[in-house]
Design a binder for this molecule. Structure first.
Ligand code: BES
Ligand code: MN
Ligand code: MN
Length: 457
């Protein structure tokens, strides 16, 4: 690879890594109010670097939550414009005692960098920024026009960026989005993600008596909201993984036979996946669908926690007045958040046992997305990836969600190139999250080569 920018990136790699570590030390956990200041600090750190490397109009854009980071470089007359996207917020680090080294003290071990946010998504955001730095430093200019938009609320639904994008401000005009927040299908295998599931994240609240009650005095007469909540939850799915909400599956657009055939030729070993990635006795889910279909192209329903009642050490004999469950559903093309929520809400109201009231509330929602692969930006990306990784690119979907990607298409008309560099075993959202150091390096080179390719279009 003869690119001067790639040579610059290789030479400056140790410093790039130090800068990533500095960003990882900031605990920018978007969902916890006590880290509000840290979220702003992470945004300001990125902002300062974007200014330093030579981007213009760099500023924070305030939202009702954490700020967006914006910057641009628009001097490549006649060339396309890329909108760079990533997120600087991270998931909470708990359970803390399962981390081998502290989550906000980035540590190198076995060719990996361990820290909360290493792969999701700070490592990838920094890879984007360092690709821009390398191009600007080596050539004094970029091969195309670039706008950068980073958010700090992806992990909590992305409300701020969604309303910003929906307003279609002039400074978001672009030809395609470059999204670095996904993963390779397997180590060393260049991958473009072309589909994501959508989601609705809800809270179910069940109320029984007007106050907490002594379970000896009232047990047998007073309704127990936790038992009722468990009954409701248990009635949402049958033992074959089929979701029992009437109408839930209506309108789903299945993957094409070609896409399914391509998935069958991916290097995937179900037994290895069960053992090494999931680590459970058996895999579960809808019968008649492969693991990749179940995780990429079928909707799901999961329970994340049931707060409330007595959960401390020891014993307390109480019938709680109310019970909560955090329940989310992953959506696939053909389903809409609003419609799915209505079906779910009326169903839980219908199946609630006697004596309790149930309320379903939407916390956040985002659409599924599916990117057509026959556009020139995706093609340019495969050329760049072939050069950097010496392999043909595979196209995959992911079961995860990045709510803004659907909005880029809907509101701005932008196709997204989802070029991400995580690995399936990076422990996203879990203890011991890591980023493979080689992927940080090749990620930077991939973005550089992609911009060079896209600049030739
Ligand atoms: N980067 C992930 C989504 C992802 C994971 C895409 C793996 C591809 C492969 C993103 O940060 C994420 O975790 N999103 C949340 C979104 C939700 C909170 C709205 C998710 O999927 O749970
Ligand atoms: Mn992410
Ligand atoms: Mn995430």
């Amino acid at each position: 690879m003869s690119s001067a920018a790639v040579a610059y990136a290789r030479k400056n790699h140790p410093r790039f890594l130090d800068e990533l570590k500095a960003l990882l030390r900031i605990p920018s956990v978007s969902t916890l109010a006590e880290h509000k200041g840290d979220c702003r600090k992470a945004a300001e750190t990125l902002l300062a670097d974007l200014k330093k490397i030579g981007l213009e109009n760099a500023r924070l854009i305030e939202t009702e939550g954490h700020p967006l980071v914006y910057a641009d470089w628009l001097h490549a007359g006649g060339k396309p414009t890329a909108l760079f996207y990533g997120h600087y917020d991270v998931q909470p680090p708990d359970p803390l005692d399962e981390w081998r080294t502290a989550p906000f003290e980035p540590t190198e071990r076995d060719g990996n960098l361990y820290a909360r946010g290493a792969a999701d998504d700070k490592g990838q955001v920094v890879a984007q920024v360092k690709a821009l730095e390398s191009l600007l430093a080596a050539n004094g200019k970029l091969p195309l026009n670039v706008r950068v938009l980073f958010e700090g609320e992806e992990e909590v639904g992305g409300e701020g960026i969604a309303s910003h994008v929906a307003a279609k401000p002039a400074h978001l005009k672009a030809d395609f989005a470059l999204v670095s927040d996904t993963e390779l299908f397997a180590p060393g295998l260049p991958t473009l993600c072309v589909g994501l599931r959508g989601m609705i994240y809800t809270e179910l609240e069940v109320r029984g008596a007007k106050t907490d009650l002594h379970s000896g005095m009232y047990g047998g007469a007073a309704p127990n909201p936790f038992v009722a909540l468990c009954q409701i939850v248990a009635r949402l799915k049958d033992e074959n993984g089929h979701i029992l909400i009437p109408g839930f599956y209506d309108g789903i657009v299945p993957p094409s036979p070609e896409e399914l055939a391509a998935w069958r030729s991916l290097p995937f070993d179900e037994e290895e996946y069960r053992k090494a990635e999931v680590g459970s006795k058996e895999l579960v889910g809808e019968q008649g669908f492969s693991v990749l279909e179940r995780t990429w192209a079928r909707p799901t329903l999961d329970v994340h926690g049931m707060p409330g009642g007595f959960t401390g050490a020891g014993a307390k004999t109480v019938i709680p007045a109310k019970a909560l469950a955090k329940v989310s559903m992953r959506l696939v093309p053909g389903m809409t958040p609003a419609c799915t929520f209505e079906l779910y809400k009326s169903h839980v109201e219908k199946i609630a046992p006697a004596g309790v009231e149930v309320e379903a509330r939407m916390i956040h929602a985002g659409d599924a997305c599916l990117i057509p692969v026959d556009n020139r930006y995706i093609q340019a990306a495969t050329r760049a990836l072939r050069e950097v990784w010496n392999k043909e690119t595979v196209f995959i979907r992911s079961g995860g969600s990045i709510p803004i990607v659907g909005d880029f298409e809907r509101h701005l008309g932008l196709p997204s190139v989802m070029m991400g560099f995580g690995l399936p075993d990076d422990n996203l959202h879990a203890p011991n999250e890591k980023f493979h150091l080689k992927n940080f390096e090749l990620g930077i080179e991939s973005v550089i080569r992609f911009l060079e390719e896209a600049g030739n279009l």
